[in-house]
Unconditional design. Sequence first.
Lengths: 577, 187
Amino acid sequence: MTTVSTPPTVAHHHGPPTTFISKYVFSTDHKVIGKQYLGLALVAVTTGMVLSWYMRFHLAFPDAKAPGLGTITPEQYLQLMTMHGTIMVFFVLTTAPFAGFGNFFLPLHTGAEDMPFPHFNMMSFWVTLTAFLVLVAAFVVPEGPPLAGWTAYAPLSAVGSGSGPGEGTGQTLWAISIFIFCIGQLLGALNFICTVLDMRTKGLSLARLPYVTWAWFITSVIGLIAFSVLSSACVLLILDRVAGTSFFIPAGLVVNDRVLTHAGGSPLLWQHLFWFFGHPEVYIAILPGFGIISTILPAFARKPLLGPRVMIGCMAAIGFLSYTVWGHHMFLSGMNPTSAMGFSVPTLIITIPATIATLLWLGTLYGSKYRFTTAGLFCLGFISVFITGGLSGFFLAQPSIDTYLHATYFVVAHFHFVMAVAAIFGIFAGTYFWFPKMFGRMMNETLGKWHFALTFIGVYAVFMPMHYLGLAGNVRRYSSFPAEYMGQALPLHKWITIAALFTGAVQLIFLYNLIRSRFAGEQAPDNPWEATSLEWSTQSPPPWDNFGGRHLVVSHGPDEYGVQSPRGDYIMQTDPP
Amino acid sequence: MTPKVGSPPSAARTGVWVGMGAIAMAFAAYTSAMMVRREGAPDWHHFQLPSILYVNTVILLASSVALEAGRRRIGDDYEVGRAARAYLSLALGLGVAFLVGQILAWRDLAGQGLFLATNPASSFFYVFTAAHGLHLIGGLVALAYMLRRVRVAVGPGTYGALGAVALYWHFMDVLWLYLLGVLAVWL
């Protein structure tokens, strides 16, 4: 399976869906499922952002009443934080760049008419949506949503109802939701892997797959392992909460003046199981971004990516190494120094492929006549925020420095830059790049460039000062700070809050552009960016069977730019040899 | 695991391999959780495994043999004779018998006062057997579906899917043998 794969049969054995339900709701069409995932991510990111606004509002104005919530209590703050993190990590950073764009474009990139198991694919979305609904149901149950953080550390997440706010049904719903989410993502990953291995069209060797397709493939393999383990962990957590078992709850725990009947459980066991998933999850969020940037950058630089095989090797190396570093989240959890060293070294090693990938992007840009489209700008923004976030990672990888910084805003700045903002910039780059193919209309470039410029300034205004807060010892997860402790940092918190509100408001430009372009945008040609991969050799938007029954034959690699050809300076993958 | 009509026959098999990888990881997580939880735990009470588990093991292995016998009786011309169908039905029946046997094992433990939350050893016993049983039910559904599908002459697609279902079913055997070993040694 290394050179040329089995040619898939491209003729549908049944007609296109005819009813509204089969076409748009319970659709087995990977393109509709991709759009459904992106729609879910849009709802989720809006929810998550509003939650973060409440947090920021309270941090800057601790005594003021927040609209709809009144004066936020410490417990409410933790609930906002938990739901913000959970929604963003699972339902935005996983669903949009991986499940959303992946579903829409992976079969197009392989020249297939669909995934091999379209019903599993449909289930994947509906299961994920169910997971989301189960999670947000936590807002309306007694004792409220969970407050144990998106990492749900035991025993706080396991002690059960009656232990305090957020310890009741909400936390159980959290565990059930994440379990369901795992099932949905496993069904998706299964399809992605089989599509890449078995559904490639004639001439499309693995080496000729676009980088983003490689990224989705590697991400699927990571997800397959990570979500399996997390699903098992969630089962054990649910049993601790509802069935009286003691997997994670230690003996003699006193809650609300009563000794719990549980005994012998290990809170550290939860951390190990969670972070065995949790760190690879970081790469599930960011690797599709790597792929998107590596695919889009050459299209606007009009030259091939520097070191194509090295880039694929870097992504694979990151995927492999992501399973060797989970302990670096637990340096402060009672880890012996030898183990800490064992996790610190691969953590530092994993920066090597990440650094090489960054250098390859910069090297590709060097000497190019870059086309500064909105998608192209977001690629540059991605590189910028990824470097900024990555640099702070060098400090945190070392246990002795992490001991000081781990519980501070330095870490908040680090992971927001490197996995959240970078991934979001990847999503934006993908949206502006692929919107014409998805909807057959162009997005407005002027609005897009304003959106980029203001968002770029905004995210730096929000997260850059957090490094200083962290270095100054400002701990994270605290809802407010009295005058005698970190009181001097309050003006900086106010600045961050105003910047966060501003950056959030700027996204209305994007939303307006999205809706307006969808209905009134300029008609998109089949290949507006003069790009090379297979999705650009079909109509915009593609017909229901992707290529109109054509049997594609691939004769070229994915980024043959900067060459002489009848088309101009590029050769499409489907062009004759 | 029915691949889309028109996709290559190998897709179902690849799908099962990928699925097996995911299931293996889920059980690896349970096993490592068991190792960690067991280490030095004063509340870990050993108990004797119900002897019916060994009978169940034989039943499950027999169902795999029957499934394989049925599959091999489908000839090169994809004719499904009565014997092939009988073997596949036998495999299905033995699969159901295995599940009934597992429930009897649970009843045996419950009779001894060992429930899910009684102590960590019994907790892991129920988790392991329930998780395996649920995955096996998935295999039973797939097997029942294949039995319906092979009523008439089958093409390479159906034959490929049957091969994939058989692969999954044999994996359930291997997984059970592994779990039985883990339970016998560490419980």
